[in-house]
Design a protein around this ligand. Structure first.
Ligand SMILES: [Zn+2]
Length: 407
């Protein structure tokens, strides 16, 4: 059986893999759509994108001419990016948010499912923050036969118990040697436990400093103002969560060029929707759920303040765990519909700004000649109705079509 047939069989008829495996097409193909958003803030009417050898060759406007994929009525965008998922997390055999009692084979298959639903939802790159099993999943996806987004991973996190600064620096070198794409720090408690700073300033400086020295980015879980300040002043790449950021921390991140990845629209809502599946596991207790519920309006207001800080480098990550995979676009929709971010800006955050934060701006995150051919088409115009991002009809990654339900 050829690998092309395997992919088609996997997809129960809705996916048409034009070329099997890692190799993208050698002949040029053209995709036409009603319009395109280039991921950098430009809208292109009557868009025609030509792709060859897995790369975008040209992006232009104009009617007429032939099309390999005629996506009239749809809007083309760069493949979406989520800078923060936990691709291995899932509801297990008993429906609970734990993998207790599973074999490693069962666990990895759940990760494969998560990768599949994430790609089908239009996310062609995600950063998993992170699990040791991500390494094999990343390799399987990169081989081209397991359908999933481009995957980046932190493998194992640094926290206050990793050791003194020297031990932390050794830990960072080890995750680098093990193939990590970034270093994840837990610099504060969970929001369910109040979010106070846990790592010392010196530990944070050691982790982010060593990450930079070995060429890795650093992503810092930080809720409280002091943990956000410590991460920012230590030169860490990104603060994630930041739920208790005040104007002072938002300004500080802006001044230091720190990326800020708030998670306001999916993670807490998902915990509440699936409360029975989480309750009783770790810090998912009634007190923790009370924090989660109170945190939703607090984070929304924090985000509104963030929108007012000119030049703050906002990016889009969801912190998607069990129950949230395949729904990453909900974060973008929430930012627009509930928190008032202009849709065009929210889309730029989820594409070119995210690519920049991953150090991949030269490869992904925009519809532009020379970039990898990661593009999607949605039913409707997301600038007018952002919920169009829920209706992904076409997904191409690296020039290979993984989904095409356009009619
Ligand atoms: Zn997370």
């Amino acid at each position: 059986m050829s690998s092309r047939i395997i992919i088609a069989a996997l997809a129960s008829g809705i996916v048409f893999a034009t070329v099997a495996g890692v190799g993208a097409q050698t002949n040029a193909i053209t995709i036409r759509a009603a319009s395109a958003l280039d991921g950098r803030g430009r809208a292109i009417p009557d868009a025609a994108v030509t792709v060859q050898g897995g790369k975008i060759v040209s992006v232009r406007s104009g009617r007429g001419g032939s099309a390999t994929y005629d996506l009239r009525g749809l809007t083309l965008l760069p493949g979406l990016i989520d800078t923060h998922v936990h691709i291995d997390t899932h509801f297990g055999k008993d429906g609970r948010a734990t993998s207790d009692g599973e074999t490693p084979q069962q666990s990895i298959l759940y990760s494969v499912e998560n990768a599949w639903v994430t790609l089908m939802a239009g996310f062609t790159t995600v950063q998993s923050i992170g699990s040791p099993s991500d390494v094999d999943l990343r390799a399987a996806i990169a081989r081209g036969l397991v359908p999933g987004p481009r995957l980046l991973t932190s493998i194992r996190p640094v926290n206050e118990n990793t050791g003194n600064p020297d031990a932390i620096r050794a830990f960072v070198r080890k995750v680098k040697a093990d193939g990590a794409d970034l270093v994840k720090l837990f610099a504060s408690k969970s929001s369910r436990e109040g979010g106070a700073q846990t790592m010392t300033d010196e530990q944070i400086q050691a982790a982010c400093g060593e990450a930079k020295a070995v060429g890795l980015r650093s992503w810092v879980h930080a809720h409280s103002p002091s943990s956000i300040r410590a991460a920012t002043l230590a030169g860490c790449t990104t603060v994630t969560h930041g739920s208790q950021a005040t104007a002072a921390e938002l300004e500080l991140m802006q001044q230091h060029g720190t990326y800020f990845e708030p998670n306001i629209g999916l993670v807490s809502q998902n915990y509440l929707e699936n409360k029975a599946r989480y309750l009783g596991i770790g810090n998912f207790n009634e007190e923790g759920f009370a924090f989660t519920e109170k945190g939703i309006p607090m984070k929304r207001e924090m985000f509104k303040h963030a929108l007012e800080v000119r030049g703050l480098k906002l990016i889009m990550g969801t912190d998607a765990g069990a129950g949230a995979h395949g729904r990453s676009a909900e974060e973008i929709i929430y930012r627009v519909q509930v928190a008032g971010q202009p849709a065009g800006d929210a889309i730029v955050d989820a594409t070119s700004h995210n690519a920049m934060s991953l150090g991949l701006a030269e490869r992904i995150g925009a519809l532009a000649a020379g970039l990898d051919a990661d593009l999607i088409a949605v039913d409707g115009d997301p600038l007018k109705d952002v919920t169009a991002l829920r209706r992904v009809a076409f997904v191409m990654k690296g020039g290979v079509v993984f989904k095409n339900v356009a009619r």
